[in-house]
Design a protein around this ligand. Structure first.
Ligand code: GTP
Ligand code: MG
Length: 493
């Protein structure tokens, strides 16, 4: 089974049903009264997080999601039926991004959390709403607002505090199973783990997460083994636990240290910009080892590193064990030297070395306690910035972008402007989302509806804002469309 942790989908919310204009008439009541009902609400696209989901696999096969449209209103005061919202279930820790801009729109962190990605279209009011003292029988209704359509990227984030990194079969999954209630698959062949496992570890009343990813091998950055795409998950962890298999002796140490080259290449390829100057460094921070990445002399990434020598039950001789630890310290020092990193003190390396057995539980409790102590001292995990999606609230700042001359020839050709007066009339670009919405739900050509439109603009203060910008009768407003597949509109003031 493949692990789908990133998918691109298209979502589209439903349109509102049209309102309708109808009237009640009866013998003896010649004029009657309006009774056209509203259209029903269009379905929204709503995401819901669930702890029972752990992959985005479902979205791999179905890419397009569209909520139903609302029904049109009916006569005799009857409203059209609302459409149901389309609920899409995603795992907790899913990020929703705008596919065009890459901006993070939402980050799900709780089971059951709901978020409306696209609201169903609004509008669609029947003529019963427009009756007033002057207008006894309004003969218009409002059109549906079109639904919104958007391309989204769903990305599953496994935000871990501790990331387990190591070669295949060193016992990473066995370790996560020992310290959390996760039931990761364990087997004696390489690449048992194909999907990252996320576990929650409790020490007293402190809780932290741990991520176990598939085993990495030398050359993973060139696609060897399962490749290094899974490093993305571990890179979100504050602390890297590098796991080595004690029973592989010297070879086990080298294989583990070589993984730093893969991590380095991954970061160079996926995170660092080609242009800037950057370098990697192992540095002492209090009594911790930090693996730091600097770009243009600023610290960009800082991961704390500790080493776990697992399967110590296979070397149940204290002297050999002691020798192995010494060996590890010497090998790591040599690795730093050969790769031209600055030296670290031997005590520092030794203090960040843990010996465990996932088989007999030896050293597990001490390791777990040490992880909790370290994490409590480290700064909290950063969360990605979350930006709101459409529709944006109306605001003075976004009323008018510009006045343009460029479109005048086209507007003259299409009768929005006449040639003689066009020299002193202006074309205003209006990008306010609320003005856009009102323009799209108004049935243009119906005098009453148009009057209603201008009254709305007046009441909401838009006319005042536009006139303050210098707008005069006869000027053209170019209204920015916020709806997928629909062009900007022009109206004459
Ligand atoms: N004797 C002994 N065997 C262990 C220990 N930890 C894990 N194993 C065994 O080592 C083998 C591999 O363990 P896993 O936990 O699947 O290793 P992994 O690192 O997750 O492997 P991949 O997912 O393939 O990368 C299994 O047969 C485990 O039972 C240990 O502490 N002692
Ligand atoms: Mg595993």
């Amino acid at each position: 089974m493949q692990f789908y942790d990133e998918v691109k989908i298209t979502v589209e919310s439903g349109k509102w049903g049209n309102g309708i204009a109808s009237g009640y008439r009866a013998p003896g009541i010649p004029r009657g009264w309006p009774n056209g009902g509203d259209g029903g609400r269009g379905g929204s696209i709503v995401f819901q997080a669930s702890k029972d989901e752990d992959t985005l696999l479902e979205f791999k096969y179905k890419k397009n999601y569209k909520a139903d449209n609302g029904e049109s209103g009916r006569t005799k005061d009857q409203y059209g039926a609302d459409a149901e919202d389309l609920i899409l279930t995603v795992p907790v820790e899913t990020l929703v991004k705008d596919a065009d801009t890459g901006k993070v729109l939402h980050h799900f962190t709780r089971d059951g959390e709901e978020w409306t990605a696209l609201p169903g279209g609004s509008g669609g009011k029947g003529n019963i709403h427009f009756k007033d003292s002057v207008r006894q029988f309004p003969n218009f209704f409002l059109l549906w607002e079109p639904g919104h359509k958007k391309e989204l990227i769903l990305e599953l984030q496994l935000l871990g505090d501790v990331g387990l990194i190591g070669n295949p079969s060193v016992g990473k999954s066995s370790l996560i199973n020992c310290v959390s209630s996760t039931k990761a698959k364990v087997a004696d062949y390489p690449f048992t783990t194909l999907i990252p496992n996320l576990g929650s570890v409790t020490v007293g009343d402190f809780r932290f997460n741990m991520v176990d990813i598939p085993g990495l091998i030398k050359g993973a950055s060139d696609g060897k083994g399962l490749g290094n795409d899974f490093l993305r998950h571990v890179l979100k962890a504050r602390l890297f636990a590098m796991v080595a298999d004690l029973s592989r002796y010297d070879k086990g140490i080298w294989e583990t240290l070589e993984l730093f080259d893969e991590i380095k290449e991954y970061i160079e390829e996926k995170i660092l910009d080609d242009e800037g100057e950057y370098y990697f460094a192992f540095e002492q921070e209090e009594n911790l080892i930090a693996f730091n990445v600097y770009a243009n002399d600023e610290l960009l990434i800082s991961k704390k590193i500790l080493f776990v020598l697992n399967k110590c039950d296979l070397v149940n001789d204290d002297e050999v064990l002691e020798e192995y630890k010494k060996q590890f310290v010497a090998r790591f020092s040599l690795f730093l030297e050969e790769h031209q990193y600055a030296k670290l003190s031997e005590d520092l390396i030794r203090n960040n070395l843990f010996v465990t057995s996932a088989g007999t539980m030896q050293g597990i409790e001490a390791w777990k306690q040490a992880l909790a102590r370290l994490l409590q001292r480290l700064p909290a995990q950063e969360m990605p910035d979350v930006e709101p999606i459409l529709p944006v609230e109306a605001d003075e700042e976004d009323m008018i972008v510009d006045v343009t001359e460029e479109e005048k020839p086209w507007l003259i050709e299409h009768d929005y402007l006449d040639e003689v007066t066009s020299t002193y009339l202006n074309v205003y670009l209006v990008q306010n989302p609320e003005v856009c919405r009102l323009v799209f739900i108004t049935p243009w050509g119906n005098d009453e509806a148009e009057m209603w439109f201008w009254k709305q603009l007046q009441q909401k203060g838009f006319i005042e804002l536009l006139e303050a910008e210098g707008m005069r009768k006869g000027d053209v407003l170019k209204i920015k469309s916020y709806y997928e597949g629909l062009d900007d509109r022009y109206i004459v003031y």
